[in-house]
Write a protein that binds this ligand. Sequence first.
Ligand SMILES: Cc1cc2nc3c(=O)[nH]c(=O)nc-3n(C[C@H](O)[C@H](O)[C@H](O)COP(=O)(O)OP(=O)(O)OC[C@H]3O[C@@H](n4cnc5c(N)ncnc54)[C@H](O)[C@@H]3O)c2cc1C
Ligand SMILES: NC(=O)c1ccc[n+]([C@@H]2O[C@H](COP(=O)([O-])OP(=O)(O)OC[C@H]3O[C@@H](n4cnc5c(N)ncnc54)[C@H](O)[C@@H]3O)[C@@H](O)[C@H]2O)c1
Length: 468
Amino acid sequence: MVDFDLVVIGSGPAGEWGAVQAAMAGKRVAVVERESVLGGTAANTGTLPSKTLRETALHLSGLKARGLYSVETTLRHEATVSDFLYRERRVKGMERERIGHNLQKHGVQVLQGVGSFVDAHTVRVCRKGAEDLLLTGSVILVATGSSPYRPPLYPFGDIRVHDSDEVLEIGRLPSSLVVVGGGVIGCEYACMFAALGIPVTLVEVKPEVLPFLDDEISALLAQRMEALGIRLRFGQTVEKVDVPAACEVPIRLTLSSGEEVDTDQVLVASGRSANTSGLGLQDIGVKLGARGQVEVGPSFQTAVPHIYAVGDVIGFPALASTSMDQARIAVEHAFTLEGPQALATVLPYGIYTIPEVSMAGETEEGLRAKRVPYVAGRAAFATNPRGQIIGEMYGLLKLLFHRESLKLLGVHVIGEQASELVHVGLVAMLTGSTARLFIETCFNYPTLSEAYKAATFDALDHLKHGTV
Ligand SMILES: Cc1cc2nc3c(=O)[nH]c(=O)nc-3n(C[C@H](O)[C@H](O)[C@H](O)COP(=O)(O)OP(=O)(O)OC[C@H]3O[C@@H](n4cnc5c(N)ncnc54)[C@H](O)[C@@H]3O)c2cc1C
Ligand SMILES: NC(=O)c1ccc[n+]([C@@H]2O[C@H](COP(=O)([O-])OP(=O)(O)OC[C@H]3O[C@@H](n4cnc5c(N)ncnc54)[C@H](O)[C@@H]3O)[C@@H](O)[C@H]2O)c1
């Protein structure tokens, strides 16, 4: 039996940040990780790999240069799987190393094995080829993340049928691809493969992509996805899947509309499930929700006060960014430290489709539903000098201000650097700033950030003319 102040189960962004935060406060900390590598979904199968593949796809396809220098606009060369995965493997490796160093530097003990609860203070670490270890913790942080949901309709054993983990192990690039699910994962991968020149069909049961976005931005994204060659099939599901034994014979999917789609490969991205099975949480009084996610209170405390849960295992918003912050807050609360005890009041979303999309704060639809008077201001990247230079012809920055106080209520960006640009607006919202901030700020020239000023003037113009 080994005693710790904090035992963390899981080494993804939530686990790493929780462990380091406690260690920095002088606590004795252990991290239990079932995989042979550190970093969870963010480092190994999700965030960083997919973002690296996006850059690779843009590079290999020459897409960024299209229309700029009247050069060849098709794929630079026939991309192979090893071209495609080369950089992804390197970035992944470097991130695992960074996490290992970070934990070591802070004196966190890392134990490889599957963690589960023996009782409310004891975690068993089941190790391959070694005896089980028992760890006790005054506080326990469950940061076990999530895994792709696998609908029973699909034969995942087949090498041509993937979930978002397996797609990173593809043996060859598909000659055509159907992506099932138009959530963030589905849209990001659909864009990546389409950028490589692969015919992609996206099947989504809802009538649009990413309904949490401002409607105008969601519609613009759908347009740009179609322009990339993606065939969008909204309001439909897959009803039948025929996977022939012979790899050269296409897979046939029958959609709810009756349409039959033949495809080389299929990527299923229709949601994720919390990694709670086998942890023994319910036996010690921790409550789980309908989809297996751990139920927590405002400081990420479960029904058992010294057990906290953070990150994907608690469900929405299930982002690497928010998972890290949740862990920080849980540790602050558990050890009554002096740092901030609540998440930021406005959280950003960065979606790495092609083009990139990002938002923070309210959407037009949200403001209308809440009957908040607002005025919108828009700046098209095509009219921004930096946008012209880099050939960004379709990007848009949209700002939503309160119509009376002119406080910034929402920022929406589609186009190059969207997930970076959003931070200007995010910080403005967190500091309660108004339109005045963007008028007074001197932005570098030429930059896309300057679009904040143009969008603000556009909003003021609408106010003057009584339009929205
Ligand atoms: C394709 C994809 C792209 C994404 N892109 C983004 C993005 O661009 N931006 C963003 O913010 N988020 C993104 N996400 C989401 C992000 O990856 C997750 O929100 C984040 O990884 C959650 O962190 P976590 O620490 O809660 O869980 P995870 O990263 O899943 O880590 C959990 C860890 O716990 C371990 N574990 C589980 N059970 C046990 C056990 N019993 N014992 C020991 N160890 C255990 C797992 O092996 C894993 O290492 C993406 C996700 C996917 C799938
Ligand atoms: N850039 C980012 O921040 C980023 C990137 C990727 C993933 N993530 C995180 O990963 C999580 C999971 O992503 P996801 O895309 O798998 O799940 P999701 O729940 O966001 O999206 C799944 C989509 O599949 C659709 N769907 C479900 N069943 C279907 C069916 N039978 N046929 C057709 N469509 C169907 C749903 O309507 C939904 O739009 C998200 O919560 C997200 O936060 C974040």
